[in-house]
Design a protein around this ligand. Structure first.
Ligand code: GDP
Length: 195
């Protein structure tokens, strides 16, 4: 898809603040530093729209990026709780739970993981949690430029096994450096918009 317009449309904490346009939405989840902002910026052809390297616990808002007046990316604060207090963690959980549970427009969550490593405990917890709520997940295995192409399949196999991945959920090899997987990611998103 050709992105001609992308802007931070809405910043929300509470449901009253969510957009009311009715346009389809895709959540973006990933532990801090995994490459989520880089993914968003690459997909939207923007250098700095999504802020990179946000510290966990810092920005506890849902950021709705409006793309081509047609679809939203909803950036959820990064998980990875080492540096976050219990109170903050609970507030985070509540905000996301509220959003995910009652949002008809939410077509899928793009969960960003690092292709180089076995999914972490937090990655697994996030995936299981999304599956518990029966949310379709599009897995994005990013930083693919950091390992040789010949190893992608092997790493994807580990990811599928460790997450106990649902067969329906796509796994896309991605790189924000080379744009590997960008077309595939957009085509998948467009297909999920019609579901
Ligand atoms: P976030 O905290 O999940 O939003 O992560 P960022 O997007 O800020 O990325 C964390 C770090 O990883 C930054 O230094 C990025 O430049 C780097 N990074 C992100 N994606 C890629 C990628 O696909 N390839 C490479 N080589 N580096 C990446």
């Amino acid at each position: 898809m050709k992105v001609t317009k992308a802007e931070l449309g809405t910043v929300a904490v509470k449901p009253e603040q969510y957009p009311t346009t009715g346009l389809p939405e895709f959540g973006l989840a990933g532990r801090s530093n995994v490459g989520k902002s880089s993914f968003i910026n690459k997909m939207l052809n923007r250098k700095k729209l999504a802020r990179t390297s946000q510290r966990p616990g810092k920005t506890q808002t849902l950021n709705f990026y409006l793309i081509n007046e047609m679809v939203y990316f909803v950036d959820v604060p990064g998980y990875g709780f080492a540096k976050v207090s219990k109170t903050e963690r609970e507030a985070w959980g509540k905000m996301i739970e509220t959003y995910i549970q009652n949002r008809d427009q939410l077509k899928a969550v793009l969960q960003i993981i690092d292709i180089r490593h076995e999914p972490s405990k937090d990655d697994r917890a996030m995936y299981e949690w999304l599956k518990h709520y029966e949310i379709p997940v599009i897995l994005i295995a990013t930083k693919a430029d950091k390992i040789p192409k010949g190893k992608w399949d092997k790493h994807c196999k580990v990811i599928r096994e460790v997450l106990n991945k649902d067969k329906e959920d796509p796994l896309i090899v991605f790189s924000s450096e080379t744009a590997q997987g960008k077309e595939e990611a957009w085509n998948t998103i467009l297909a999920y918009m019609k579901k």
